[in-house]
Ligand binder design. Structure first.
Ligand code: GLY
Length: 263
Protein backbone atom coordinates (compact mmCIF):
# COMPACT_ATOMS: atom_id res chain seq x y z
CA UNK A 1 0.00 0.00 0.00
CA UNK A 2 1.58 3.28 -1.08
CA UNK A 3 1.34 6.20 1.34
CA UNK A 4 1.93 8.63 -1.51
CA UNK A 5 -0.86 7.70 -3.93
CA UNK A 6 -3.21 5.15 -2.32
CA UNK A 7 -5.98 7.21 -0.77
CA UNK A 8 -9.28 6.52 0.90
CA UNK A 9 -10.41 10.16 1.11
CA UNK A 10 -10.33 13.50 -0.63
CA UNK A 11 -11.62 16.95 0.25
CA UNK A 12 -12.67 19.41 -2.45
CA UNK A 13 -14.52 22.72 -2.32
CA UNK A 14 -17.12 23.93 -4.80
CA UNK A 15 -16.07 26.95 -6.89
CA UNK A 16 -17.66 30.19 -5.78
CA UNK A 17 -19.06 32.97 -8.02
CA UNK A 18 -16.21 35.09 -6.60
CA UNK A 19 -13.80 32.86 -8.55
CA UNK A 20 -13.72 35.64 -11.17
CA UNK A 21 -11.63 37.62 -8.66
CA UNK A 22 -9.11 34.81 -8.13
CA UNK A 23 -5.38 35.51 -8.20
CA UNK A 24 -3.56 35.05 -11.52
CA UNK A 25 -0.09 35.80 -12.82
CA UNK A 26 -1.35 36.94 -16.22
CA UNK A 27 -4.92 38.01 -16.94
CA UNK A 28 -6.30 35.89 -19.77
CA UNK A 29 -9.93 36.63 -18.90
CA UNK A 30 -12.33 35.71 -16.12
CA UNK A 31 -13.13 32.03 -15.63
CA UNK A 32 -16.62 30.98 -16.67
CA UNK A 33 -18.35 29.76 -13.50
CA UNK A 34 -20.66 27.23 -15.19
CA UNK A 35 -17.81 25.66 -17.12
CA UNK A 36 -15.64 25.65 -13.98
CA UNK A 37 -18.45 23.84 -12.14
CA UNK A 38 -18.74 21.26 -14.93
CA UNK A 39 -14.98 20.59 -14.89
CA UNK A 40 -15.04 20.38 -11.09
CA UNK A 41 -17.88 17.85 -11.18
CA UNK A 42 -15.93 15.69 -13.66
CA UNK A 43 -12.89 15.91 -11.39
CA UNK A 44 -14.87 14.82 -8.31
CA UNK A 45 -16.44 11.97 -10.31
CA UNK A 46 -12.98 10.73 -11.33
CA UNK A 47 -11.85 10.67 -7.69
CA UNK A 48 -15.05 8.90 -6.57
CA UNK A 49 -14.71 6.41 -9.38
CA UNK A 50 -11.74 4.90 -7.50
CA UNK A 51 -13.97 4.12 -4.52
CA UNK A 52 -12.69 7.02 -2.42
CA UNK A 53 -14.87 8.99 -0.04
CA UNK A 54 -14.87 12.54 -1.46
CA UNK A 55 -16.18 15.44 0.64
CA UNK A 56 -17.19 18.51 -1.38
CA UNK A 57 -17.32 21.53 0.92
CA UNK A 58 -19.64 24.45 0.16
CA UNK A 59 -18.27 27.38 -1.82
CA UNK A 60 -16.67 30.16 0.22
CA UNK A 61 -17.56 33.49 -1.37
CA UNK A 62 -15.18 35.47 0.83
CA UNK A 63 -12.19 33.59 -0.63
CA UNK A 64 -12.09 33.65 -4.44
CA UNK A 65 -9.28 31.07 -4.64
CA UNK A 66 -10.74 28.68 -2.06
CA UNK A 67 -11.62 26.03 -4.69
CA UNK A 68 -7.85 25.37 -4.69
CA UNK A 69 -8.02 23.54 -1.35
CA UNK A 70 -4.61 21.95 -1.64
CA UNK A 71 -2.88 25.14 -0.58
CA UNK A 72 -4.67 25.24 2.78
CA UNK A 73 -3.37 22.01 4.32
CA UNK A 74 -1.10 18.99 4.09
CA UNK A 75 -2.77 15.67 4.90
CA UNK A 76 -0.54 12.76 5.89
CA UNK A 77 -1.44 9.40 7.39
CA UNK A 78 -0.52 10.40 10.94
CA UNK A 79 -2.22 13.79 10.96
CA UNK A 80 -2.92 17.01 9.09
CA UNK A 81 -1.11 20.32 9.04
CA UNK A 82 -2.81 23.65 8.48
CA UNK A 83 -0.66 25.74 6.14
CA UNK A 84 0.27 29.42 6.36
CA UNK A 85 -0.28 30.69 2.80
CA UNK A 86 2.08 33.31 1.47
CA UNK A 87 -0.73 35.04 -0.41
CA UNK A 88 -2.44 37.38 2.11
CA UNK A 89 -5.84 36.97 0.43
CA UNK A 90 -5.63 33.20 0.99
CA UNK A 91 -4.67 33.03 4.68
CA UNK A 92 -8.26 32.73 5.89
CA UNK A 93 -8.77 29.64 3.73
CA UNK A 94 -6.38 27.66 5.91
CA UNK A 95 -8.25 28.50 9.12
CA UNK A 96 -11.55 27.67 7.41
CA UNK A 97 -10.24 24.19 6.53
CA UNK A 98 -9.27 23.26 10.09
CA UNK A 99 -12.73 22.12 11.36
CA UNK A 100 -13.05 19.75 8.39
CA UNK A 101 -9.59 18.30 9.03
CA UNK A 102 -10.59 17.69 12.65
CA UNK A 103 -13.44 15.45 11.51
CA UNK A 104 -10.88 13.09 9.91
CA UNK A 105 -7.87 13.43 12.22
CA UNK A 106 -7.22 13.42 15.98
CA UNK A 107 -3.92 15.21 15.38
CA UNK A 108 -4.16 18.52 13.50
CA UNK A 109 -1.12 20.78 13.70
CA UNK A 110 -0.54 24.29 12.39
CA UNK A 111 2.37 26.13 10.78
CA UNK A 112 3.45 29.03 13.01
CA UNK A 113 4.90 32.26 11.68
CA UNK A 114 7.07 33.95 10.69
CA UNK A 115 7.39 31.64 7.67
CA UNK A 116 4.93 30.90 4.90
CA UNK A 117 4.11 27.70 3.09
CA UNK A 118 1.38 26.62 0.65
CA UNK A 119 0.38 23.05 -0.12
CA UNK A 120 0.99 23.55 -3.85
CA UNK A 121 4.70 23.73 -3.10
CA UNK A 122 4.75 20.33 -1.38
CA UNK A 123 5.27 16.98 -3.13
CA UNK A 124 5.01 13.88 -0.96
CA UNK A 125 6.78 10.85 -2.38
CA UNK A 126 7.19 7.41 -0.86
CA UNK A 127 10.52 8.33 0.74
CA UNK A 128 10.44 12.08 1.43
CA UNK A 129 8.59 15.39 1.36
CA UNK A 130 9.98 17.85 -1.18
CA UNK A 131 9.11 21.52 -0.67
CA UNK A 132 9.87 24.13 -3.30
CA UNK A 133 10.54 27.64 -2.12
CA UNK A 134 8.58 30.08 -4.23
CA UNK A 135 6.89 33.47 -4.07
CA UNK A 136 4.43 31.80 -1.64
CA UNK A 137 6.70 29.49 0.38
CA UNK A 138 9.90 30.51 2.14
CA UNK A 139 12.70 28.73 3.99
CA UNK A 140 11.17 29.52 7.38
CA UNK A 141 7.93 27.87 6.26
CA UNK A 142 9.85 24.78 5.16
CA UNK A 143 11.66 24.67 8.53
CA UNK A 144 8.34 24.96 10.36
CA UNK A 145 6.95 22.01 8.40
CA UNK A 146 10.10 19.98 9.04
CA UNK A 147 9.75 20.53 12.78
CA UNK A 148 6.08 19.57 12.77
CA UNK A 149 6.52 16.25 10.95
CA UNK A 150 9.80 15.15 12.59
CA UNK A 151 8.10 12.86 15.12
CA UNK A 152 6.10 11.26 12.29
CA UNK A 153 9.39 10.22 10.72
CA UNK A 154 9.25 12.21 7.48
CA UNK A 155 12.33 13.62 5.79
CA UNK A 156 11.71 17.13 4.42
CA UNK A 157 13.96 18.33 1.58
CA UNK A 158 13.98 21.98 0.51
CA UNK A 159 14.20 22.50 -3.24
CA UNK A 160 13.38 25.44 -5.52
CA UNK A 161 10.31 26.18 -7.57
CA UNK A 162 11.50 27.58 -10.94
CA UNK A 163 11.34 31.40 -11.21
CA UNK A 164 7.99 32.75 -12.41
CA UNK A 165 6.27 29.42 -11.70
CA UNK A 166 3.50 29.69 -9.10
CA UNK A 167 4.05 26.47 -7.18
CA UNK A 168 6.50 23.56 -7.16
CA UNK A 169 3.72 21.19 -8.24
CA UNK A 170 2.79 23.48 -11.11
CA UNK A 171 5.75 21.71 -12.72
CA UNK A 172 5.62 18.17 -11.33
CA UNK A 173 3.54 15.32 -9.99
CA UNK A 174 4.03 11.86 -8.59
CA UNK A 175 3.07 9.01 -10.93
CA UNK A 176 4.02 6.07 -8.71
CA UNK A 177 6.46 5.18 -5.94
CA UNK A 178 9.49 5.68 -8.21
CA UNK A 179 8.29 7.97 -11.00
CA UNK A 180 7.80 11.71 -11.34
CA UNK A 181 6.12 13.57 -14.21
CA UNK A 182 7.84 16.93 -14.57
CA UNK A 183 8.84 19.70 -16.92
CA UNK A 184 12.33 19.74 -18.36
CA UNK A 185 13.01 23.11 -16.71
CA UNK A 186 12.35 21.64 -13.25
CA UNK A 187 14.22 18.41 -14.01
CA UNK A 188 17.25 20.54 -14.98
CA UNK A 189 17.56 21.64 -11.33
CA UNK A 190 18.49 18.07 -10.42
CA UNK A 191 15.86 17.90 -7.70
CA UNK A 192 14.54 14.57 -9.03
CA UNK A 193 17.89 12.89 -9.54
CA UNK A 194 17.45 9.31 -8.33
CA UNK A 195 13.80 9.14 -9.37
CA UNK A 196 12.58 7.76 -12.69
CA UNK A 197 11.34 10.76 -14.63
CA UNK A 198 8.88 11.27 -17.45
CA UNK A 199 9.06 14.75 -18.95
CA UNK A 200 6.13 16.69 -20.34
CA UNK A 201 6.23 17.17 -24.11
CA UNK A 202 7.73 20.48 -25.24
CA UNK A 203 4.99 23.10 -25.24
CA UNK A 204 2.87 20.97 -22.87
CA UNK A 205 4.47 22.09 -19.60
CA UNK A 206 1.05 22.70 -18.03
CA UNK A 207 0.41 18.95 -18.18
CA UNK A 208 2.89 18.52 -15.31
CA UNK A 209 0.27 19.42 -12.74
CA UNK A 210 -1.40 16.01 -12.69
CA UNK A 211 -2.28 13.72 -9.78
CA UNK A 212 -1.95 10.01 -9.18
CA UNK A 213 -5.04 9.04 -7.21
CA UNK A 214 -5.32 5.29 -6.62
CA UNK A 215 -5.49 3.62 -10.03
CA UNK A 216 -6.03 6.83 -12.03
CA UNK A 217 -3.74 9.60 -13.19
CA UNK A 218 -5.84 12.75 -13.59
CA UNK A 219 -4.33 14.89 -16.31
CA UNK A 220 -5.61 18.24 -17.58
CA UNK A 221 -7.21 17.97 -21.03
CA UNK A 222 -5.41 19.43 -24.02
CA UNK A 223 -1.97 17.82 -23.80
CA UNK A 224 -2.17 14.93 -26.28
CA UNK A 225 1.53 14.09 -26.56
CA UNK A 226 2.05 13.88 -22.81
CA UNK A 227 -1.17 11.86 -22.48
CA UNK A 228 0.06 9.46 -25.15
CA UNK A 229 3.41 9.04 -23.39
CA UNK A 230 1.72 8.28 -20.09
CA UNK A 231 -0.75 5.90 -21.72
CA UNK A 232 2.09 4.01 -23.40
CA UNK A 233 3.87 3.82 -20.04
CA UNK A 234 0.82 1.98 -18.70
CA UNK A 235 -0.88 4.65 -16.61
CA UNK A 236 -4.68 4.79 -16.46
CA UNK A 237 -5.20 8.37 -17.63
CA UNK A 238 -8.36 10.40 -17.00
CA UNK A 239 -8.27 13.71 -18.89
CA UNK A 240 -10.23 16.44 -17.11
CA UNK A 241 -11.16 19.87 -18.50
CA UNK A 242 -9.06 22.52 -16.79
CA UNK A 243 -9.39 25.61 -18.99
CA UNK A 244 -11.10 27.72 -16.32
CA UNK A 245 -8.85 26.75 -13.39
CA UNK A 246 -5.85 27.34 -15.67
CA UNK A 247 -6.90 31.01 -16.02
CA UNK A 248 -6.08 31.23 -12.30
CA UNK A 249 -2.91 29.14 -12.56
CA UNK A 250 -4.73 26.15 -11.06
CA UNK A 251 -4.49 22.48 -12.03
CA UNK A 252 -5.30 18.95 -10.97
CA UNK A 253 -3.41 18.92 -7.68
CA UNK A 254 -4.80 22.27 -6.52
CA UNK A 255 -8.40 21.03 -6.49
CA UNK A 256 -8.17 18.42 -3.72
CA UNK A 257 -6.60 17.26 -0.50
CA UNK A 258 -5.92 13.54 -0.82
CA UNK A 259 -5.27 11.25 2.13
CA UNK A 260 -5.54 7.95 3.94
CA UNK A 261 -5.86 8.68 7.64
CA UNK A 262 -4.61 6.02 10.05
CA UNK A 263 -7.49 3.71 11.08
N1 GLY B 1 -5.11 31.42 -8.20
C1 GLY B 1 -4.42 30.55 -7.37
C2 GLY B 1 -3.35 31.23 -6.60
O1 GLY B 1 -2.74 32.14 -7.13
O2 GLY B 1 -3.10 30.92 -5.49
Amino acid sequence: MSRSFSFTHAICRAPSPSIVDGLRAVDTGAPDLDLFRAHHAAYVDALRDTGANVTVLPALDAFPDSVFVEDAALCLTEGAIVMRPGAPSRRGEAAAMRPTLETFYDDVREIDGPGFIEGGDILVTESEILVGTSARTDAAGVDALRALVADWDYRVREVQTPPDVLHFKTDCSLLDADTILCTRRLAASGCFDGYRQIHTADGEEAAANAIRFNQHVLLPKGFPRTAETLGKAGYDIRQIGNSEAAKLDGGMSCLSLRFRPAP
